[in-house]
Design a binder for this molecule. Sequence first.
Ligand code: AMP
Length: 599
Amino acid sequence: MAVGDSVLSSPLGPPACQKDAKALRFIEEMTRNADAVQERVLAEILSRNAETEFLRRYELGGATDRETFKSRLPMVTYEDLQPEIQRIANGDRSPILSAHPISEFLTSSGTSAGERKLMPTIQEELDRRQLLYSLLMPVMNLYVPGLDKGKGLYFLFVKSETRTPGGLLARPVLTSYYKSDHFKTRPYDPYMVYTSPNEAILCADSYQSMYTQMVCGLVERAQVLRLGAVFASGLLRAIRFLQLNWQQLAEDIRTGSLNPKVADLEIRDCIGRILKPDPALAELIVKECSHDNWEGIITRIWPNTKYLDVIVTGAMAQYIPTLDYYSGGLPLACTMYASSECYFGLNLNPMCKPSEVSYTIMPNMAYFEFLPHEPNSLELTRGSPPKLVDLADVEVGKEYELVITTYAGLCRYRVGDILRVTGFHNSAPQFHFVRRKNVLLSIDSDKTDEAELQKAVENASELLREFNTSVVEYTSYADTKTIPGHYVIYWELLIKDLADSPSGDALNKCCLAMEESMNSVYRQCRVADNSIGPLEIRVVKNGTFEELMDYAISRGASINQYKVPRCVSYKPIMELLDSRVVSSHFSPARPHWTPERRR
Ligand code: AMP
């Protein structure tokens, strides 16, 4: 455990081992020189991509400095790049966005025209992601000692992949990572030993994968020091899975043999080596799981758990109370902030309270700019070009939209995340994730915006025509009290002929019609991942939305400017709406979804 003096004196320390010392030194170096690193990153990106079709368009003339870049290049959205991306997807291998060959597409959970956005990536980005991953444990080890004395129970999954017409793979970034050699043949590291075997993580069948990961986590319950999933919703899905499958799991553990529903040969082969008859453990599982009260189940089954490793910032904050309930209030660690476009940074104080989480953007990952987010600012509404601020120049307390320029060829690309600066680590700012723009409803990785919800309501209300009925007002709510959570849509109806009002069956079908109208991420969560439950329509009494307006006005809203909120979560409003419900309806089937894109 020899540790260099220079590291001991760093604000991040002392490291747990020599390997950690190197990682912490790297973080210090990057964050101390944030501005210089950013300048170098931009110059590298601009010089290597100078001959791409995209950059040539802006006639940089070989310049790689910030001033020329900022004066010539506009900010872009995914939709602006859609034609270029489509050409790459169709097989055009010329250097359109990137001088390096596009190795695959990463499919984002953000959608465009109902389909996942396709993010072109290059081979070396895997190394950059790996580098960020390699910094997480050295930071965690500063706060939680002894993680090398046990294992992590992480529920990790691959999702389906497709090929674009031009033959490139299109799959989520984590699927790409788990299938890479970086993950599959990772060297042994005592601080990163997982209970889940690769065979289980890499099994495309989510039931078999989850079942096996749960069996392994149960068998090694005493060694488990931390439990995790990428997002909070994923860990809760695992708890729900245990609720539904504990009898079978206990039986398999009792007999030491995997039941035939897990048919994957590679899994069976590897579990054959792990699973031995353990009647005492089976009995314990039955005893704990057959209780009606599941409060604290995580620590009852995995008594040595020190923390839960899940992201609970942003939309996932809605799951904090449920996680607290099942874990008896274990610390929740949010370790990193990343996207399909680029991995951004990490939390240097991962054991802090969820409300205090700040992510430090690592200046080596991409070139970062920040668009001041001041919705009411006159300057912006008058149309004068917004001025982007550099990473080292953001101001504490202000909110910004993140804009990135990546090695893979995205230039001044608007990610759509709103961040607030909370402070600095050395000269690198730290950000609180405020929200993603234009997201109304989210349960898992789905993100439904106002326009999508509006379209879904319109499509579904077509079914009411034959009953001479229309939807006069609506709002929505992401109900996460049940697992999986589900969308609730409140409808106020105008029924012209009471003798012929819409049947319950017709309203159930409206639920399904709404689901069919949702974007592909929503439908995938419903169909393949089972991470969203059937959509519910609650029909409310006539006049309910007027009462909602009266309530808002009584609390100071201006009568002229009042707009019906299209999503609600404020408790008194929920209570008002729920007290006016006359009937509720659920989607009777799953919507259509296949891995293939609709366009
Ligand atoms: P995707 O492109 O599907 O990987 O989604 C990336 C998006 O997920 C980001 O742009 C954020 O909106 C959100 N996200 C990722 N990491 C975090 C985090 N730590 N906290 C809150 N939101 C996050």
